[in-house]
Design a protein around this ligand. Structure first.
Ligand code: SF4
Length: 93
């Protein structure tokens, strides 16, 4: 379970890419036009079963990927996650 933004912000070794479930899939699937839920659903279905989902999400957060589906989350979802974690940290300090 993610407890703090700093828990997510380390950049994992890029070796995780070797086990990515999306290797060989259409990259456009992961960068749909518009980032609404419907457009991202197919990519999220691939991420759901991906063995490196957490590393992928960490990478996206650590490298500030604003577009596309990474770690099963769209850009807007990752922004909301950051906000929630920052708010949690602010309240805890
Ligand atoms: S979590 Fe999704 S985008 Fe990330 S490597 Fe896995 S399948 Fe690809």
């Amino acid at each position: 379970m993610v407890m703090a933004l700093s828990d997510l912000m380390w950049e994992p070794d890029e070796g995780w890419r070797d086990d990515a479930a999306c290797v060989g899939t259409d990259a456009d699937l992961f960068f749909p036009v518009g980032e609404d839920e419907e457009a991202a659903a197919a990519a999220k279905a691939v991420c759901e079963a991906c063995p490196v989902r957490e590393a992928c999400l960490r990478y996206a957060l650590a490298t500030n990927q604003t577009e596309g589906v990474w770690g099963g989350m769209t850009g807007p979802e990752r922004r909301r996650l950051r906000r929630r974690l920052r708010e949690r940290e602010r309240r805890a300090s």
